[in-house]
Design a protein around this ligand. Structure first.
Ligand SMILES: O=C(O)C(=O)C[C@]1(C(=O)O)C=C[C@@H](O)C=C1
Length: 94
């Protein structure tokens, strides 16, 4: 494999990652509807821990640096929380 081939593979993965992040954020709309109906807060620390612990466990099984994976998932959760605030009309972004 040439370096161009490897960079093409990395680009393909990067595109998939961004698509998956977009899909994950899109669920903010559905989850927010349930939260409004049940009068639940947007931020749920218990669920945050479930998501983080699951990601850390999978990362550890795959031999990845779990500290970095934890940081990534904290950012993903934060993106979802921000989108839910935006959809509630409380955000700063368009
Ligand atoms: O599961 C939820 O309640 C969500 O809103 C999703 C999510 C997440 O991104 O995984 C985001 C915010 C909550 O604090 C917990 C988890």
């Amino acid at each position: 494999m040439t370096i161009e081939n490897v960079r093409q593979e990395i680009e393909n993965i990067d595109r998939e990652l961004v698509e998956l992040i977009a899909k994950r954020v899109e669920f903010a709309d559905d989850i927010l509807k349930y939260k409004h109906q049940a009068n639940l807060p947007i931020n749920d620390d218990t669920q945050n821990n479930v998501v983080i612990d699951r990601a850390v466990s999978i990362a550890t099984e795959r031999g990845l640096d779990s500290t970095v994976v934890k940081q990534i998932f904290n950012l993903l959760i934060q993106m979802n929380i921000e989108r839910q605030h935006e959809l509630s009309g409380e955000g700063n972004l368009p």
